[in-house]
Design a protein around this ligand. Structure first.
Ligand SMILES: *Cc1c(COP(=O)(O)O)cnc(C)c1O
Length: 351
């Protein structure tokens, strides 16, 4: 088809592998289900919805509940997205002048680069150092050379799991002529945030999502920052971007966010147990993580990945994703039982 743009033809679609019957440890999902009382309350809420009507376009109640749950000042503006993926797209659309550049680091969340391509913008990816920290001088010279309209940094970073040095991030924010978005998708597992720095930087935005918190099936994320920036981003938002069903489930569950917080604590405990057991396996190098997954290196990683899948365990094979990730796999922290099945399968594969 000649009408399809060449850069779209050249893309490979974001791969979501089939996971039927597998222990799913590939997508940073919370492994715990909701308690029965909460499920009943959700069912009741859904039963009384008038789905013949459009959803609320600007759901103020949901926004204030999100602010409350996430410790955001009631006066701070937020824009809701159908997951943070949609917010990334709205941001990219808003800055998509001919020749504009989106900048990020690599390896990082692949949607930053993909969405730049979707909207016809160039993505400049500055490599991380071998310890996955920011290369400050390289970032600053790339910002100088490309004058990016938009910079994305995930904090902590996916797939490496680490927090970047916040002082280096602040030099990036100061040097960038455009907007800098700090993607805090893993905030439930992290004690650090750029939210307190919002007042200091007019070009800073903080993005969050409920996905890793335990509501990946509800597509809901938000962007927080200066009202005079967000009012423009909000114009790019499609009018009914958060479905009535998503809104209802989020309202019910976030009103009981202590349930998700308690699950996040259990995930953190299991992360410590898993990291220790994984690191004890000969030939495995586990990287420190501030998120709900562990990145690890192991010889012949792709063969190990296949061996794990053959034994019913799905992780993420990153070994061909970036030169810094050679022989790297990423495992999401599951329940204690899931993690043991993963470790058993791994040992069995190695033998
Ligand atoms: C998982 C992830 C997201 C995805 O967010 P959704 O709200 O589910 O679209 C965004 N950013 C990073 C860095 C992630 O790892």
């Amino acid at each position: 088809m000649d009408c399809i743009r060449e850069e779209i033809k050249a893309l490979s679609a974001y791969a979501v592998p089939p996971a039927d019957g597998l222990v799913k440890l590939d997508a940073m999902e919370n492994p715990y289900v909701l308690p029965d009382e909460l499920r009943v309350a959700i069912a009741h809420r859904l039963s009384v919805l008038e789905v013949n009507r459009y959803p609320e376009s600007n759901p103020e109640k949901l926004k204030s509940l999100l602010r409350q749950t996430m410790g955001i000042d009631p006066a701070t503006a937020i824009v809701l997205g159908n997951g943070s993926d949609e917010l990334i797209q709205m941001l990219a659309l808003s800055v998509a002048k001919p020749g504009a550049v989106i900048l990020g680091v690599e390896p990082a969340f692949v949607m930053f680069r993909m969405i730049a391509t979707f909207v016809g913008l160039r993505f400049v990816g500055v490599p991380l150092k071998t310890d996955f920290s920011l290369d400050g001088p390289a970032l600053l010279s790339a910002i100088e050379a490309h004058q990016p309209a938009l910079v994305f940094l995930a904090y902590p970073n996916n797939p490496t799991g680490n927090h970047f040095d916040s002082a280096v991030m602040e030099t990036v924010i100061r040097a960038t002529p455009g907007l800098v978005v700090i993607d805090e998708a893993y905030f439930p597992f992290s004690k650090q945030s750029f939210l307190p720095r919002l007042p200091a930087y007019p070009n800073l935005l903080v993005m969050r999502t409920v996905s890793k918190f335990g509501l990946a099936g509800v597509r809901l994320g938000f962007l927080s920052g200066r009202a005079n920036v967000l009012e423009h981003i909000d114009k790019v938002r499609l009018p009914y971007n958060i479905s009535m069903l998503d809104q209802a489930v989020a309202l019910e569950v976030l009103a009981h966010s202590e349930v998700l917080r308690e699950q996040a604590l259990r995930i953190l405990q299991q992360r410590a147990v898993l990291a220790k057991q994984l690191a004890a396996i000969a030939g495995v190098v586990v990287y420190p993580s501030d998120a709900n997954f562990l990145l690890f290196r192991i010889a012949k990683a792709s063969r190990i990945f296949d061996g794990l899948r053959h034994r019913g365990i799905l992780v993420k094979d990153l070994s061909a994703a970036h030169p810094l990730l050679t022989d790297c796999l990423r495992v999401t922290v599951g329940t204690f039982e899931e993690n043991q099945r993963f470790l058993d399968a791994l040992k069995d594969t190695i033998e």
